[in-house]
Structure formats: C-alpha cells, structure tokens
Design a protein around this ligand. Structure first.
Ligand code: E4P
Length: 217
C-alpha cells in the first residue's frame, strides 16, 4: 500500500518524508489556501517545492477550471512544472474528457471528488492514473466510505483496470487499516493518521521494561 500525505504544509511533508514511508503528496485548493498560498505563481512554486521534498513521489496538483479547454491548459502547465506532477481533475463531465486527453498523452492524473462506484468506473474507463473516493466525507453523511473503496476495488479487479484506488479524506488510523484490508492501492492521510499507526500502549510498556532491565534496575 502506498502512503501519500494530504497537506500543503511543508513542515508536515518533511516530517512524513523523514519517517521514510512517504510515496507522494496530495493537495487541493483548500489545503493550499490553509497554508496562505495564493496566486498562480505562488501556487506553482509551492508545487515545485513539494516535489523537491519528496524525490520520486507522485504530487497531485489540482486544476481549478471546470471546462475542458481550461482544464487542459491548466493541467499542461502544471505537468510542465515537474516530472512528478499528477494533474488532479474533478469528476465532472468535462473532467472525464480531460482525463482521457491526459491519459492519451501519458500525463498522470488523479480524478478527485469521487463519491460513487459509477464515477469510479468512468474515471477508470477514461484512463485515470488514480481515482480518489473521499471516504471521510461519505462517513460524515452516514454512508460507509470504506465500503465504497471495497466496491471500487472489486469492480476494477473484475476488468483488470490499471487505475489505482487512492482512498482520500482519511480522518484517522483506523481508516487506513480498513482501507488496507479491502485492498486500496494508496491512502492519502493527514500526518496524525500516519503517526497514530505507531501507537500501542504495550509497545511503550514493553520498551520501558526492556530499558529498565538493560540498566539493571
Ligand atoms: C484528496 O486528495 C483531498 O485532498 C482530501 O483527501 C480531502 O479530504 P477532506 O475531506 O479532509 O477535506
């Protein structure tokens, strides 16, 4: 399973990268705004900074156009910034056309704002590299987000689609574990969800005892 971090915060990206388990980064316009990154040039520079922090990782950069021509123009400019950029495109009609356009040209894509199996099927047929079902937001409205991941993995397996299932909108460590159980290819997580995987009280108690015994106490 690949681990991506879902943030535009450079300090958090550095911390996850230092842990040695990071495979990529996802961002979105809200995450960029949260870091105070505004304006075309600042946003582009920030994407390049993120790419340089995670060598070889896939870095999603989201288009903000909603028409085909605009998405193509923006996506091409984003892809030209750095070879690690993955163009993030919303699941709307023109988005599906843009996914197809980019897949035919060998440019990686991440289809975002996916909330149903039908949307995921369309993204795969259009050749998306990643599909991002938002599981936390589904849980928020009383649908089982992980069940959607399981359904999409099953459908993709039926037909051998290459599109990777990227579980997004992850809120906590248990989400990551449940997504791993049902075969998500990637989880994009807040740093806290990744570091919470570390925690177990028996590890802390066991380590304290080993260290005490090592000192002869
Ligand atoms: C995915 O790429 C999105 O950036 C993200 O996971 C959205 O999650 P949220 O529901 O925490 O905003």
């Amino acid at each position: 399973m690949k681990f991506f971090i879902d943030t535009a915060n450079l300090a958090q990206i550095k911390e996850a990268q230092a842990l040695g388990v990071l495979d990529g980064v996802t961002t979105n316009p809200s995450l960029m705004a949260k870091e105070g990154i505004r304006g075309d040039e600042a946003v582009k520079k920030h994407y390049v900074d993120i790419c340089n922090l995670v060598p070889g990782g896939d870095i999603s950069a989201e288009v903000i156009s909603t028409d085909f021509d605009g998405m193509v123009r923006e996506g091409e400019a984003l892809a030209a910034l750095h070879p690690q950029i993955v163009v993030k495109i919303p699941m709307i009609k023109d988005g599906v056309k843009a996914l197809k356009y980019f897949s035919e040209r060998g440019i990686k894509t991440n289809c975002t704002l996916v909330f149903s199996a039908g949307q995921a099927l369309l993204a795969a047929k259009a050749g998306a590299t990643y599909v991002s079902p938002f599981i936390g937001r589904l849980d928020d409205v009383s649908y089982d987000g992980v069940q959607l991941i399981e359904q999409i993995v099953h459908i993709y397996d039926n037909y051998g689609y290459k599109t990777e299932v990227l579980a997004a909108s992850i809120r906590h460590a248990m989400h990551i574990i449940r997504c791993a159980e049902v075969g998500a290819d990637v989880a994009t997580c807040p740093l806290s969800a990744i570091t919470d995987l570390l925690k177990h009280p028996l590890t802390d108690i066991g380590l304290a005892k080993f260290l005490a015994d090592a000192k002869g106490q």
